[in-house]
Design a protein. Sequence first.
Length: 261
Amino acid sequence: MPRARSLVVASCMAYFALGPSETRADDTPSPSPSPPPGLSGKHRLSDDDYARKEDGGYFTGVPLFAYDPNFGYGFGARVYYYYDGHKGDPLFAYTPYLHRVFAQVFASTGGAQDHLIDYDAPAFPDADYRVRATLEFEAATDWPYFGTGTRSMAPLTFPAAPGGRTYSRMNDFTNATSALQPNGTTYARYNIYEFQRPVLQLALERNLLGGILRSMVGVNIAYMNLHDYTGESAPTSAHDSNGHTINAPEATTLLASDCAA
């Protein structure tokens, strides 16, 4: 059974403010308080980072854009909320933030989706611990599958290829598989399948040696739903007398063949 790959969908274009933030921390250099318990091995923020750090909480965000030959153009956005705490908090000078949450929505013109909510608290419930949690949903209507292992790198071919022909160009292969076969079927979806995959990740970390090292325990729970197109109606490259696309039953896909074997 194929294993879904992670789809890289995000590239930063610009940051933008989504709402007013609370007052900024005093721009003057901060005193150097003793590190809070559990962080004795950590260095405090530099004076510049301390001066830039927000007092309280704020929103920010980033648009997402991607292009992939299989999935087309993708668009989405991430919205972040940071809570930094307050200047009088002993953790303020030793942590990048106290809580960070972001939500992402992303979809492509080729049927790929990647939505998630992510939480990170580097000093919760106290400075000795860090809590992380992620809930993600991935899906695609046309996820490629060319076999497993080195076989997936073999020349492109399919069962009805004339004389066992192989193809070096994807366009030629797509044109051949999408043709209407003499038996009334098509191989238009021979190398693709549909999937949905929700994932929940939880992790708890504990500082060791004053924050120099951290141990971690966590759990990853995932559910994968695969949908094979064998026997379903699929559009072919053939057209009727009126110029309309002819649909035909999908012949046995590579995924179905591998699963049966």
